[in-house]
Design a protein around this ligand. Structure first.
Ligand code: G3H
Length: 199
């Protein structure tokens, strides 16, 4: 691969509320972010688009795909957001109140802590790595875009950046910017490109 674009899905109602997991649709702002992403990438060659199996990821990729009828599209469950187990669909504030041990566990070791009946970043890394291998195998040398999620994109970036694991769960993944990673045999270039202001 020479060129990999990495975007996060646009804003959802859950993002606004501070609620995790689930399968919420985009808000009006989220849809306009998806349109802006498509506009911004209009002149870039992208032959493969990988999404997760979540609605918000599909919705974010949709405007871009409308303009690229020839692009290959594939939903990979390996790119589904970190599974919060018993905490799926809860508010962060609710977790703090009703399951303080979860908040404490994550504060102490956010990378290694697994949600009850759910995943940690450390576990997530394995499947994201599997997903990336599949995506790179399929795309070959062709430019690709992954429309992922906050935790997924943190892990994906870390696979290229070789971050210290304890820093990975804190990498900034905005919903109005995408990353572009270009690789040549001698250089690896990262850019973070804004495509729309936030609300
Ligand atoms: O729903 C999950 C979040 O996008 C992951 O973020 O690990 O910072 O809670 P967090």
């Amino acid at each position: 691969v020479h060129s990999l674009y990495l975007a996060r899905h646009g804003q959802t109602e859950f993002n606004v509320q501070g609620r995790i997991g689930g399968d919420p649709p985009l808000t009006a702002l989220g849809r306009s972010q998806a349109e802006a992403l498509a506009r911004h990438l209009r002149d870039h060659r992208i032959d493969w688009v990988f999404t997760s199996t979540r609605f918000r990821s599909h919705e974010t990729a949709a405007p871009l795909l409308t303009e690229r009828p020839g692009a290959h599209v594939m939903a990979l469950k390996e790119f589904d957001e970190i599974w919060a187990g018993d905490c799926e669909g809860m508010l962060y504030s609710e977790i703090r109140r009703r399951m303080p041990e979860v908040t404490a566990g994550r504060n102490a070791d956010k990378y290694g802590y697994a949600y009850p009946n759910g995943e940690s970043y450390a576990i997530l890394r394995e499947r994201v790595q599997r997903g990336l291998r599949r995506a790179l195998f399929l795309a070959g040398d062709a430019p690709l875009l992954i429309v992922g999620h906050q935790a997924i994109n943190r892990v994906l970036l870390s696979l290229f950046l070789r971050q210290r694991s304890e820093d990975v769960p804190y990498i900034h993944i905005p919903q109005n910017q995408y990353y572009h990673i270009s690789l040549t045999p001698s250089r690896k270039v990262f850019e973070r490109i804004p495509y729309e202001r936030t609300a």
